[in-house]
Ligand binder design. Structure first.
Ligand SMILES: Cc1ncc(COP(=O)(O)O)c(C=O)c1O
Length: 377
């Protein structure tokens, strides 16, 4: 089987909790039995963990982002600033709500949106900024919040990859107006497919909950808005809650894996290791990404990735293909003529991530590092 980039751990209580929802027959998003209401337990528990007052579960991180943009009433005629180096869901949520994403290049040190470049992208149409805590490293939230305040903008944190990441004493996702998380199978805690939005604003939370449920009104079948069905089922929430119970252990395991990679790879010439933060900033290394300098390492990243797979059965994953280079963004007119993002281009051209799942053993990581080192010329 080799070494995949991730194998999700099965939480200790997953089977018991899911079974309870089946035995009590509360399997949809409606649950009137408090003892097995895992949606409620998850929303309360996870939002408290992040340090936010309210949590709204959703069917995915993508759905949470869609809901965040919709809950802030961002739509046609509005612009939202998004890093070009991200997964497409960050930009797609803006487009699906009828607004225009405006891309910004990354900071070469953190790989997150370059906060110094945000102001130049602001126009009178700008309504929000969506920083992404990429691969578990937090974006420069102080600068982003300062800019947001100056221009009266909203901040939606895409914290899909940053469960447990700390920025100056606060948890990623709990800093802006809304934080969005993914519980996809490769995320730090998981239920296969799922997500959550957190906020301190009761009106935003209420509106997100209303929109995720078809915008049902009063009386029930009278609608004043077009909503979604982004309701997480209680079955899924039961699994997610079991995973949440173990989240601190998963985070610690991510830190241990990153520590081992750091120590085994730090003196390999031609590799740039992921940003590690300082006492104020704690990455959780969702995935351990590296940049490869072809001139020094002696091989390009694709050749290295192919050889790792072919010769050692070590799976790796490409870095994100930046949004400004995506065919769909170009053909649909979402990329400004002449826009360039050399840092994001460089990340894509030289970056990939190594196996990083919490179920990896010490020996497997050593094997991956030895395989990688053996390919240096
Ligand atoms: C940065 C980022 N945003 C959003 C998402 C979307 O999450 P989901 O896959 O749960 O829809 C992901 C998932 O990979 C992601 O990495």
């Amino acid at each position: 089987m080799g070494i995949p980039v991730n194998i999700p751990p099965i939480p200790k209580n997953a089977i018991a909790y899911v079974t309870q929802t089946i035995e009590k027959n509360w399997i949809s998003s409606l649950c009137l039995d408090e003892s097995v209401n895992y949606i409620d337990k998850l929303e309360k528990g996870f939002s408290e963990f992040v340090g936010s007052k309210f949590g709204v579960t959703a069917t995915s991180g993508t759905a949470a982002l869609d809901l965040a943009v919709a809950a802030l009433s961002i739509g046609p005629g509005d612009e939202v600033i998004v890093p070009t180096f991200t997964m497409i869901a960050t930009a797609a949520c803006v487009i699906r709500n009828g607004a225009q994403p405006v891309f910004v290049d990354s900071d070469p040190d953190t790989w997150c949106i370059d906060a110094k470049r945000i102001e130049a992208a602001i126009t009178e149409k700008t309504k929000a900024i969506i920083p992404v805590h990429i691969y578990g490293y937090p974006a420069d939230m102080d600068t982003i919040l300062r800019i947001a305040e100056r221009y009266n903008l909203l901040v939606i944190e895409d914290a899909a990859e940053a469960i447990g990441t700390l920025y100056k004493g606060k948890m990623a996702g709990g800093i802006g107006h809304i934080g969005c998380f993914s519980f996809y199978a490769n995320k730090t805690m998981t239920c296969g497919e799922g997500g959550m939005l957190v906020t301190n604003d009761s009106q935003i939370a209420r509106r997100a909950a209303m929109l995720k449920d078809q915008a049902f009104g009063h009386p029930r079948f009278i609608h004043e808005e077009i909503g979604f069905n982004y309701r997480m089922s209680n079955l899924t929430a039961a699994y997610a809650f079991a995973s949440f119970e173990e989240v601190n252990g998963y985070i610690q395991r991510k830190l241990d894996i990153a520590g081992l990679y750091h120590s085994l790879l730090s003196n390999v010439e031609g590799l740039v290791l992921p940003p590690s933060g300082d006492t104020n900033i704690k990455s959780t290394y969702w995935m351990y990404g590296i940049l490869l300098n072809k001139a020094i390492f002696g091989r390009a990243k694709q050749e290295v990735r192919d050889l790792l797979q072919k010769e050692f059965k070590v799976d790796t994953r490409d870095f994100f293909f930046p949004m400004h280079r995506q065919p769909v963004m170009i053909t649909k007119g979402f990329v400004d003529h002449g826009f360039s993002a050399p840092v994001a281009d460089h990340l894509w051209e030289s970056g990939f991530y190594l196996p990083s799942g919490v179920t990896l053993s010490h020996q497997q990581i050593e094997f991956v590092c030895n395989a990688l080192k053996s390919l240096k010329r």
